[in-house]
Design a binder for this molecule. Structure first.
Ligand SMILES: Cc1ncc(COP(=O)(O)O)c(C=O)c1O
Length: 383
């Protein structure tokens, strides 16, 4: 709730409870030595907005605190944070072992930017720890999502980090779906953790931001790149993300509860052939989810609708409350259709291999009343 809040001003009288937004692109100094000390990092302060900003710094401190990290860096989007994190961990071309079921944008980054630059991406089934172990030999980095997109598998971060550490391989975790409320991957052995703060951290679908957290040295390396490339988060989005963060814990509790209720309801609904939720009875991910996500598996789930794309279109046009929108993590229930959104760059064969069918719908279950959410899906599917 209070992470990242500045408290030192209180003894001097009063300070604003909600932080002001500092829009200054540059700070004025009347003493060259002062500027020099700030620029060298010997004194706290700001001089140019691409290097640092008060609101960005508050967000960085808050997410770092929640994740149990030494330091944090906020960036212009989740993808910017991911790119900076990869380059901090693997500045030279190496093999990156990644989960097969990866956010489509991350897959594109690996294939279209990093592979042409000499990196090699090796995709593995994250549930097959023997395959992960084999792939780690000779690799430089492993990139995993705590909860995978879109079918909600759960990575055994603890086991993977142990195998990686034994082989000198760095570990980067995309913790966007779980948030630090449900999982703190650094405690499980990760080197860096990143978030698309556009999703649950912001929580209201009104900003784009990313955050990467971890040890001070790695974050300094990522920050230096952010300054050089200008992957900077603006003050207003940083302010919004921090405001979102204040309610993250209560939102996540409600998202988590609602998602399981909806998953259970859909699992007995005619016309639904499969439901993907790691804690649903019979899920292959249940054991690892209980260990890695002891407080629940969050607000994401997916299901397969019989009748493919036409049936999905019919359902969308009947929704009274839920909406089709290609993002997630907001307070409203939204659905995404991976075939044309997050996984559109994959071939039909690649999607089929992952288990993403023309009837697969991903749901970001909101914080509305659970009965209303279930009723909306039931009436829309019954049509
Ligand atoms: C798991 C995951 N990681 C990263 C990203 C990228 O985040 P952004 O859109 O903020 O760049 C997304 C976006 O959908 C995502 O779902």
């Amino acid at each position: 709730m209070h992470a990242g809040r500045e408290t030192t001003g209180r003894s001097r009288g009063s300070s604003p409870l909600a932080p002001p937004i500092s829009t200054a692109a540059v700070h004025v100094y009347d003493d060259l030595d002062d500027y020099d000390a700030v620029a060298r990092g010997e004194r706290r302060g700001h001089y140019y907005g691409r290097n640092s900003n008060e609101n960005r710094e508050m967000l960085e401190r808050a997410v770092a605190e929640l994740e149990g990290a030494e330091a944090g860096l906020a960036a212009a989007s989740g993808m910017a944070a991911l790119y900076l994190a990869i380059l901090a961990l693997a500045p030279k071309p190496t093999t990156i072992v990644a989960t097969r079921e990866l956010y489509g944008g991350t897959m594109n980054l690996l294939r279209q930017d990093l592979e042409p630059a000499g990196y090699e991406a090796h995709f593995v089934d994250i549930g097959d720890l023997d395959a992960v172990r084999r792939a780690l030999d000779g690799a430089g980095l492993v990139l995993i999502e705590t909860i995978t997109n879109p079918l909600c598998g759960v990575a055994d971060i603890e086991a993977i980090a142990r195998m990686a550490r034994d082989r000198g391989v760095r570990v980067l975790v995309d913790n966007t779906f779980a948030t630090p409320i449900l999982c703190r991957p650094l405690e499980l052995g990760a080197d860096l953790v990143m978030h698309s703060a556009t999703k649950y951290i912001g929580g209201h679908s009104d900003l784009l931001a990313g955050v990467v957290v971890g040890g001070s040295e790695l974050i300094s390396a990522a920050r230096a790149r952010s300054v050089r490339t200008g992957a900077t988060l603006g003050p207003f989005d940083a302010w919004l993300a921090l405001r979102g963060l204040r309610t993250l814990e209560v939102r996540m509790a409600r998202h988590t509860e609602n998602a399981l209720i909806l998953a259970r309801a859909l699992s007995t609904t005619q016309g639904v052939s499969k439901v993907h939720h790691p804690l649903l009875e019979g899920s292959p991910w249940a054991a690892v989810a209980r260990r890695i996500l002891p407080q629940g598996a969050g607000g994401m789930m997916a299901f397969d609708l019989e009748g493919g794309r036409a049936a999905v279109q019919r359902m969308i046009s009947r929704f009274q409350m839920a909406a089709f929108a290609a993002s997630l993590g907001g307070v409203e229930t939204t659905i995404s259709y991976p075939e044309i959104t997050s996984h559109r760059s994959l071939s039909p064969g690649e999607r089929a291999d992952l288990g993403v069918t023309p009837g697969t719908v991903r749901v970001s279950v909101g914080i509305e009343a659970a009965d209303d959410i279930v009723a909306d899906f039931m009436q829309a599917i019954a049509s």
